[in-house]
Design a protein around this ligand. Sequence first.
Ligand SMILES: *Cc1c(COP(=O)(O)O)cnc(C)c1O
Length: 466
Amino acid sequence: MLLADTNLPTEELQALDAAHHIHPFTDTGELNQKGARVISSADGIYLWDSDGNKILDAMAGLWCVNVGYGRKSIADAVARQMERLPYYNTFFQTTHPPVIALSNTVAELAPEGMNRVFFGVSGSDANDTNLRMARHYWASLGKPEKTVIIGRNNSYHGSTVGAVSLGGMTAMRAQGGVPVPDIEHIDQPYWYGEGGDTDPNEFGLERARQLETAIERIGADRVAAFIAEPIQGAGGVIIPPDSYWPEIQRICDEHDILLIADEVICGFGRTGEWFGSTYYGIKPDIMTIAKGLSSGYLPIGGSIVGDRVANVLEEKGGEFIHGYTYSGHPASCAAALENLRILKEEKIVENVKETLAPYLREKWLELGNHPLVGEARIVGMFGALELSPEKSSRARFKADEGTVGYMCREFCFANGLVMRAVRDSMIISPPLVMTKAEIDTFIGLAVKALDLTHAKLKVEGMMVPA
Ligand SMILES: *Cc1c(COP(=O)(O)O)cnc(C)c1O
């Protein structure tokens, strides 16, 4: 048996990986020809691969390592908890100190009126919980026909059957026999890609009002909830026009529909506020949390449940026949608690809002002047660059969608930077603990990757609009 810290040469590790490990979101045939990059260690905002290359991680893993890598105090808190009580369940009228402490801490941080937490192990299972909880809420109120949940095209809510059904990723929805019944979708508030000549705020209103049209078509007596990410992440860091969220809130209120905010990325400081809902001034009934809750140090997710829903479930719901073996896992709770202590005591969220985000914003928006960039947009530490062969028209490339984004991503990776490509846009969600000097280094690496991509596109005659 190999040890977890095995130090074999890269090619051997790659061969063993290819032989026995199936990767998520991966074309296995393609990867196994090429070999996966082996990430061996990390500290702060940097990763090291098995060949000793240093890589600046502008994605914070998968949008999650908010406090940065190498936090010994989290490892210590987990080790202490593992020794005292590595596991116990919370199903049969039992509880334990870490889950008590974490639910209280999360309730303190959550917006007013959101005081209870249901735990799971990921964002996906939390959204499955939300799907069942929203329907069970209405059933408990004697309205079992209010079952329809409205989501959005190109939204991401995770990869379980329920989460894929709520989400709007076409390619995901085409595999595996989803969706769950009674889920509908409206269009996303993606002005750059779909707004044409419409004024952005006008477009935001139009897209929000699709929710009202859908509710009127389906009947408000049939609709349980609307679910959306405050800012879409995996869909391409899509920042809605300012007009969008207030209108969504109005529509949910007027038609008596629950609002579920999927805060898996936006939560815990990404926007410079503790939650994306606070950033946009909305009042959700349920918020999905995961990722930044533990900065990815251990798996944990859940639902923060507002008083409106929690009180009905308590008074009329009876048994909520739902849960996970690892709901409120003690070691994961210990990791999350120490992560939240770091976020609070180091004033990381305030520092993002007051110092880091304004600095990053200035540099990031300057990239909008690069000849390959059609738009640069950013909120907090959460941004996108739309690559385009023709800035003025926001044109797409003639090459297949995703070709140019992938090319740029490869140039990033080869030059010590992780940015992610979504279609032909480059997206970032770095740790919330960068220094200004690290932001400068990051921007330098991003410019280099853009320059290399631009040069290659010109040589290959690919700076051509579709
Ligand atoms: C990542 C993500 C999820 C899914 O979380 P997992 O922990 O991967 O299951 C759900 N919603 C959003 C907005 C996400 O970004």
